[in-house]
Design a protein around this ligand. Structure first.
Ligand SMILES: [Zn+2]
Length: 231
C-alpha cells in the first residue's frame, strides 16, 4: 500500500530537487540519497575485517556469539544517526532497503555472511509495529537479503509483552525486564542453524543479548550479529 506521505513526497519531487539525507545539498547526476561527498565520508568501522572488534567484544562477554559487526560509528547528530532517523522516524522504506543493500555489498567480500542460514530482524512489539506501519530492522534485512540471497525469518523469534514504563524501576529490574522480552516459536525448526540477527544500532547491547538468550534454547544454534551502527 502506498502511504499518502510517500505519494506526496514523490509528487513534490517533480517540483523540488531531491536532497542529500545528511547535508541537505541538492543531489546531482546519478547521486541517490547521499551526495557524493557524504557517501564518501560515511563513518565506516570496517569491523567485518577484524573478528575481535568492539561490537563483538561488547556481546561476547555476556552471551555466546559467533561473530559481530557494525557498519558505521554512531555519533549524536552524525551521519549514522541521521541515516537511522530517516528510516525509523521518517519511514523512508526505499532508503532503508538501499542502506541494507549498501552495507551488504561492503561486507560481502570479507566472507562475513559465509555459513549463515537465515537473517532474523529484531522484532518490534506487534502494537508498535502496527503503529509505525513497518519494522525498520525488517526493511534493512530485506535489503541485505537482496544482495546475499539468504532468506529472512520473521516467524520464530517474537516479542512478548510490551515494555512497561521503565522510569521507576531499578537498573537491575529494567535489565531483567528486557531479558524476558523475547520468545521463540517452534525452537526445533532452528536446530543447528547459524542465525544472523539484524538491528539498527548497537548501544548497550541488552536487546541483542536478550534475543540471543531466547535463541539459545534451540539445539545446536549459532548466532551472529550485524547492525547498521554502533554507539
Ligand atoms: Zn551530502
Amino acid at each position: 500500500m502506498i502511504k499518502p506521505k510517500h505519494w506526496l513526497r514523490d509528487f513534490l519531487g517533480l517540483f523540488y530537487p531531491q536532497i542529500c539525507i545528511t547535508c541537505s545539498e541538492a543531489l546531482i547526476g546519478r547521486e541517490v540519497f547521499f551526495c557524493a561527498d557524504c557517501l564518501q565520508n560515511l563513518p565506516k568501522t570496517n569491523y567485518h575485517l577484524q573478528a575481535d572488534n568492539a561490537a563483538y567484544n561488547q556481546l561476547a562477554g555476556k552471551v555466546p556469539v559467533q561473530k559481530a559487526a557494525a557498519w558505521l560509528y554512531y555519533n549524536k547528530g552524525g551521519k549514522a544517526q541521521q541515516t537511522i532517523a530517516e528510516i525509523k522516524y521518517r519511514g523512508n522504506i526505499a532508503f532503508g532497503k538501499w542502506i541494507g543493500r549498501s552495507l551488504a555489498q561492503d561486507i560481502q567480500a570479507s566472507g562475513f555472511f559465509d555459513e549463515i542460514n537465515c537473517l532474523i530482524p529484531i522484532p518490534l512489539h506487534p502494537k508498535k509495529r502496527w503503529q509505525r506501519g513497518f519494522n525498520q530492522t525488517e526493511i534493512l534485512a530485506q535489503g541485505i537479503s537482496e544482495i546475499i540471497g539468504i532468506p529472512i525469518d520473521c516467524s520464530h523469534l517474537y516479542r512478548g509483552k510490551a515494555n512497561e514504563t521503565q522510569t521507576k524501576k531499578s537498573l537491575y529490574e529494567r535489565w531483567r525486564n528486557t531479558q524476558n522480552l523475547f520468545q521463540v516459536r517452534n525452537p526445533d525448526d532452528l536446530k543447528n542453524q547459524h542465525i544472523l540477527l539484524i538491528d539498527d544500532v548497537l548501544t548497550t547491547g541488552s536487546t541483542l543479548e536478550a534475543c540471543i538468550r531466547a535463541l539459545l534454547q534451540c539445539t545446536g544454534i549459532r548466532v551472529s550479529v550485524l547492525t547498521v551502527a554502533i554507539a
